[in-house]
Design a binder for this molecule. Structure first.
Ligand code: CIR
Length: 252
């Protein structure tokens, strides 16, 4: 498994914020957390490939939003925040050599953080970043390739994957307050502890999951399910509304 990442830019204090108030971000601490995050990915068997740094693009560390990479195709996103659109250029350059590419075109918008995949099932969040046209374009690209794709409501948080992410196996870790759980019928739903609304963003890699150290009650629930956790501190990146999925694109 290849994990694409990108360095934390010094401009990160000017990041987009939607649901959080701006809080000072300690750049050096954010860099150290990001290095530890990459080390955790490597310890779970990923080969890290750093995309070229984009010092002037404040959200460029959150590479997840720039593309949806599938085994047979990479769909280049069109981020909902205009400030983030230049982030895709270097991702296109890198992926062009490795995948057939398809593009989300204006007026559609789509953030990778709104696209949740379990095997050949895909859910696309209707969020402030991903519009109906973004969903329609993705559906037209993926249905003919054998994916089952549907849209799901997101409310109160930035992206679908802020509200729900896959666990190893068939289960999904979910904050039921931020999405419509009926859309995931037939899946084993593991709710976060209600005191930890941001805990649903975890990154499954093989049989392990990478989790933020900020959510002890939900971690205990995951351990009770027999899951192997790798805990990282991403508290500085969380001030920019990022979590553990956003800082990488896993290339299967
Ligand atoms: C933004 O608002 O776009 C960034 N500050 C945070 C992006 C986080 N990405 C993600 O959850 N996939």
């Amino acid at each position: 498994m290849l994990a694409l990442t990108r360095a934390v830019p010094p401009s990160i204090p000017r990041c987009e914020l939607t649901h959080l108030d701006r809080a000072p971000i300690d750049y050096d601490a954010a860099v150290a957390q990001h290095v530890a995050y990459e080390a955790a990915l490597a310890s779970l068997g990923c080969r890290i490939l750093r995309l070229p740094a984009e010092p002037e693009l404040p959200d460029s560390v959150f590479v997840e939003d720039t593309a949806v990479v599938l085994p047979e195709l990479a769909v280049i996103a069109r981020p909902g925040a205009a400030s983030r659109r230049p982030e895709v250029d270097s991702v296109v350059e890198y992926l062009a050599e490795r995948r057939e590419l398809a593009f989300i075109d204006a007026p559609a918008t789509l953030d990778g953080g709104d696209v949740l995949r379990v095997g050949r099932s895909i859910w696309v969040g209707r969020s402030e970043r991903t519009n109906r046209a973004g969903y329609d374009q993705l559906r037209r690209l993926l249905e003919p390739r054998g994916y089952r794709i549907r849209t799901v409501a997101v409310h109160g948080c930035l992206h679908l994957k802020t509200a729900v992410t896959p666990l190893p196996g068939d289960a999904l870790l979910v904050n039921p307050a931020w999405t419509d759980t009926a859309a995931f019928e037939g899946h084993d739903l593991a709710p976060v502890d209600p005191s930890e609304p941001f805990a649903a963003n975890v990154l499954a890699i093989g049989d392990s999951i990478l989790v933020s150290d900020g959510h002890p009650a939900t971690r205990a629930r995951l351990e009770d399910r027999g899951l192997t956790l790798r805990v990282v501190d991403v508290s500085e990146l969380a001030k920019a509304e990022g979590g553990v999925t956003c800082c990488t694109i896993l290339v299967p």
